[in-house]
Design a protein. Sequence first.
Length: 147
Amino acid sequence: MENQPKVLVCITIQGNSKRLIEKGAKIARENAAQLHILHVEKGMSIFQKPESATLLEDLFKYGKELGGEVHFVSDQNVSSRIIAFIRDMDVAQVVLGETMRGKLFKLLKRDISSHISSEAKDLEVLVLERRPKPKELPNLKSNEIVT
């Protein structure tokens, strides 16, 4: 089992993380790989925010249901901690969510996916785009036509 390839899903404390876990579980199944799920909270504790414990517990249970081993850690430098985890665990593939930060921020400061890709050369990195919010339709009367 130690020689099995490893898939790492990096999650944050939000609903989008379930979609990332699902994708990572699918990749792990298709490649007979181990599934690892990692959350790195910036700071000294993973429970700095009161709502974090409940959300992390839900994600922990969900990840375990899909066959994953879940890891929660805290660190001041999130991307460096993820890279260290990748190297320590000899991870072959990483699944990340697209950052919410804008393009200007990415130009000024490298985002996590770029940092990981540049630091771990033999790694396959899959970045899932955020799902667009559904557009709300105007309130229409049954005989109105929108042009």
